[in-house]
Design a protein around this ligand. Sequence first.
Ligand code: GLN
Length: 231
Amino acid sequence: GSQQAQPAAKVLKVGAEATFPPFEFQEEKSKDYTGFDVDLMKAIGKQMGMEVQIVNTGFDGLIPALEGSQIDVIASAMTITDERSKKVNFSKPYYKSGLSIVVKSDNNTIKSFKDLEGKRLAVQIGTTGAEEAKKIKDAKVREFNSASEAYLELKAGGTDAVVNDLPVNEYYLAQGGNKDAKLVGEVLNAEEYGIAVAKKNTELAGKINKALDDIKQNGEYAKIYEKWFGK
Ligand code: GLN
């Protein structure tokens, strides 16, 4: 029979700030992008017949990159907020999250968000954690380009606490951070992550929502969730 050439799959450019495990990060050796969001986008891409390409971008540069059409979507543990919704189209929520506090293991004074008043705080720039930290009375907030730099600052004693997404804090501690740091206090603000598409790109937004529904129905979403968060 005759061999028919398959058209090359279209590429979906996915912006992500890839130092945010377990959502998006690079394998130590291969430097391949991996994580919950990466697997999720691959599954969504497969459903749409598209190949996914991760474009590693600073978190505060993601929305500008989307507006400038350098990327097609953002999948970067990005919380759906009213502020961001003015600039982008969010998909349906795909993950429930929240903010929490990490301090040094020997810190016995910080036990809640209330105790952060007047303290030195480290956060990632452009995040909901940064926004929340700035609302705390007299807190001295320093913004880092990545969450990992904020954890390093805590380790070095240059800050009293890190305010960041709960699942990322938990992952950091589980990966060895718990040798000298711990989680304290309540989890703040139920937050939900969404996949962002440019305002003008309503067709793509619809396709992504459809693909999300599909992978929830066919069990693919549950598999990916289990892989990264299953006990
Ligand atoms: N969920 C947080 C936010 O949207 C942090 C995301 C991140 O640092 N990748 O601001």
